[in-house]
Design a protein around this ligand. Sequence first.
Ligand SMILES: [Zn+2]
Length: 215
Amino acid sequence: MHGIPERHLERLWIAGAAGLRPRKVAKDLERAVAARLDRHPESSERPQEGDLTVPLGGLSVGEPNETMYEVVAQTTQYLPVEKPRYLMGVGTPLDIIEAVARGVDMFDCVLPTRNARNGQLLTSEGPVNIKNAQYAEDDGPADPACKCYTCRNFSRAYLRHLYMAGEMTGGTLNTLHNLSFYLDTMSRIREAIAFGRFEDFRQGFHRTFTRRALI
Ligand SMILES: [Zn+2]
């Protein structure tokens, strides 16, 4: 048995359709994917053999993190190594790192921009909810480890003031930082992989980036 709940197996269909006649697909997994395809043969979303990337979809829709990680791991082992694997709609910084650890290359997500507009900054120490009163007189940057325009020029206190005043500039500056944080994190992941120390990076990230209060 593959050990994946049936409702999550259904979500493997995109990967299974991506020309992945996987090299050594476990028979039960292959049957589950094939059954899904049989039920939805008309889908226009079905990737084609010549696609440049292999998308994995239907995850990160409320299932427990560990279930998502397990399904990603079960899926990527059957994907062709020569094509980038793209996990759609994921995710938090920790989810991204855990997906990379399981063989995913590319992501997209509204989280950094949406959360920025809602006053949440993703930082090297974890999420910072800028509306909290504790930042009212905080002269430090959003993230001391960040070199982005927002962190170089504005304090947490000022970002909080903009948010509380309903100034759109606050959302823009927060967005600049969050996107910088994501791009910087991906850059650090690539560097860690290139130098053979991804596992150290992964463990260090888990130590410093807390899961507290992601919104
Ligand atoms: Zn920044």
